[in-house]
Write a protein that binds this ligand. Structure first.
Ligand code: SF4
Ligand code: SF4
Length: 85
């Protein structure tokens, strides 16, 4: 009789942090996000720019593609990968 094997798979989820003091509200990151997880907030930083905010979505979550990170001219975006248990 063949042996049955169980494969345990851990998936990654991603968290995005916006460094508000660096953001200039150019919205480039909003345009490139394939999941539409970034939007302009009504909150201004100390320089007077409306800053971007990232929205967590369990159903249509961040895929960690890094497009927002790459296009940001101010290095205002950080992406963290987390292992789901
Ligand atoms: S890493 Fe990709 S999916 Fe996640 S917020 Fe940035 S652009 Fe959107
Ligand atoms: S690309 Fe960078 S500077 Fe421009 S809105 Fe997004 S986080 Fe802010």
């Amino acid at each position: 009789m063949p042996q049955r094997r169980i494969h345990l798979v851990r998936t990654l989820s991603y968290q995005v942090e916006i460094l508000e003091d660096r953001c200039k509200g150019c919205q480039l990151c909003i345009k490139v996000c394939p999941r539409h997880l970034l939007k302009l907030s009504q909150h201004a930083n100390e320089k007077g720019y409306l800053v971007v905010e990232w929205q967590y979505s369990k159903t249509l979550g961040c895929i960690g593609c890094g497009l927002c990170y790459q296009i940001c001219p101010e290095q205002a975006i950080r992406i963290y990968a987390e292992v789901e248990r």
